[in-house]
Design a protein around this ligand. Structure first.
Ligand code: NAD
Length: 359
């Protein structure tokens, strides 16, 4: 394992488990250190990892045997951890959103560029066969000129299953900042960067009740909109409408539909890597399921980190900080527009990353 990328993981909660599994199966990656505000949790995780030891966050960031910091903390801590790691000269890959605010995210991207370190950001689900197949089909001209898309994420809220759901209802959380990264990143992959947005939001309940775990029955306060909807004007002129809600008992709406001059597509859940893409061509009475055309088959969270590690020096990772910043600017713009009632122009305009070959 002498040449393996040496990874330090900060934040060892719910989502860390799948990352640990992905990295354990990657021959070119090795976790050398783990840290959490809860040191006992870090010690417990380290016992299951052959090459890792438990450290404080500061020790991990300073450690000589950590090349890359994997930041799996809560959104409010993303920027602080990323900036400290960048200042120590480490590459950083983090969970979404890139930061809890656009200003913080911009500071992270600037710091990484100035330090010459690489910055990656979830979601990496868009590198799976679901979104990549839809994109390959659109890029090949199969639906004609793309005109519009709809994206719907409607659930009753994560407090039903997450043992500590407080952060979902605090600034940096809410259905848009939590789940929107999957949908907005997918829409940018499919239709290109966004030039302007308008949004609206509501928060008709002041508290939510935890459904499971040691705190079941406890109420958590709501400080953010729990239903956010809006319009994304893509630079091409195509329009996407998006709804993200923690206020819906259930929905039958497809996660994403894309409409072109010649065909409409149903795109699978961008929170997953795989899933069937269906096409209905103009004049046809039936939906046809596409065979996978592109993307990493059977991938799991951590694929974006591995893509970053395996990308040659100087090349932008596919799940990049620049994409994370654009997606956050779009989401912050939707929330700003919801508050002011005005349309918000989007300044960032990242290149779409190269299509992922079918693997
Ligand atoms: N839970 C999911 O299904 C899921 C899915 C995809 C992405 N995510 C994202 O992953 C991130 C983490 O979510 P989670 O569900 O694992 O949360 P969690 O609350 O279960 O775990 C977060 C962990 O980070 C630690 N932590 C918080 N602040 C820290 C700091 N400053 N320094 C060190 N450790 C700190 C906490 O002690 C905790 O162990 C979030 O950004 C979330 O949006 C979660």
């Amino acid at each position: 394992m002498g040449s393996a990328h040496r990874i330090g993981v900060v934040g060892l909660g719910v989502i860390s488990r799948v990352y640990l599994e992905t990295l354990a199966a990657a021959p070119d990656a090795e976790i050398t250190a783990v840290a959490d505000l809860d040191f006992a949790r870090a010690e417990a995780v380290a016992t299951g990892l052959p090459a890792a030891r438990a450290l404080s966050v500061a020790e991990l960031i300073a450690a000589d045997d950590v090349d890359v910091v994997l930041n799996l903390t809560i959104p409010a801590a993303h920027a602080e951890i990323a900036l400290a790691a960048i200042a120590a000269g480490k590459d950083v890959y983090g969970e979404k959103p890139l930061a809890a605010s656009y200003a913080d995210a911009e500071a992270v991207v600037r710091a990484a560029a100035a330090a010459g370190v690489r910055l990656g950001c979830a979601p990496d689900t868009v590198l799976g066969t679901g979104i990549q197949t839809a994109r390959a089909f659109i890029d090949a001209g199969e639906i004609g000129r793309p005109l519009a898309a709809t994206a719907v994420m409607a659930t009753p809220g994560h407090e039903r299953w997450h043992p500590n759901p407080d952060f979902y209802y605090q600034p940096g959380g809410g259905p848009l900042l939590d789940m929107g990264p999957y949908y907005v990143t997918a829409l940018v992959q499919l239709l290109g960067p966004v030039a302007w947005v308008t949004g609206a939001g509501s928060r008709l309940r002041s508290e939510r009740v935890i459904g499971q775990g040691p705190r079941a029955g406890e109420a958590v306060p709501v400080a953010v909109d729990s239903h956010v909807t809006g319009i994304l004007g893509h630079a091409t002129g195509a329009l996407s409408t998006i709804t993200t809600s923690f206020d819906a008992v259930a929905s039958t709406a497809p996660p994403i539909e894309v409409h072109g001059e010649a065909a409409s597509l149903i795109v699978p859940d961008p929170n997953n890597f795989d899933g069937a893409v269906s096409v209905r061509r103009l004049g046809s009475a039936d939906w046809e399921v596409l065979s996978p055309l592109a993307g990493i088959a059977g991938a799991a969270r951590g694929a974006g980190l591995l893509d970053m590690l395996r990308t040659s020096d100087g090349a932008e990772p596919r799940a990049s900080g620049d994409m994370g910043l654009h997606v956050l600017e779009v989401m912050a713009g939707l929330l700003e527009s919801a508050e002011t009632g005005s349309r918000v122009e989007i300044r960032t305009s990242p290149q779409r990353p190269p299509l992922v070959p079918l693997a």
